[in-house]
Design a protein around this ligand. Sequence first.
Ligand code: 5GP
Ligand code: ZN
Length: 119
Amino acid sequence: MAGEPDAHCLFCKIVAGEVPATTVLETETTVAFRDINPQAPTHVLVIPRAHYPNAASLATGAPALAADVLATAGAVAEQEGVEDSGYRIVLNTGSGAGQTVFHVHAHVLAGRGLEWPPG
Ligand code: 5GP
Ligand code: ZN
């Protein structure tokens, strides 16, 4: 059920400390950790502690928590020192768009040229 831990979910396991991750920031409701396969010098994933499969289900089911994820993404950018140079927040939604982990996560990418539109 949305919001409840999913025993088979990799990111729920990271929240529970069952799978290790390099955490960069934690709040009461969110966790930010480095991507295991970074696509930029700064590549951090921000997740809500609660399990929602994607951004739309999070925004619909827990709008304040969606705001928390974005606020943590901004705090990560500040902590990483990339706020001024610019950063990108990406929410891949659906396997056709490259989503591979179905616990919503915001990619925070920075530290290299970020072309627009993206490839
Ligand atoms: P998606 O493709 O779903 O938008 O993003 C999933 C991200 O999770 C990928 O960038 C992938 O590298 C990352 N990832 C997958 N497994 C792990 C893991 O065990 N630990 C960490 N830190 N990142 C992971
Ligand atoms: Zn989960």
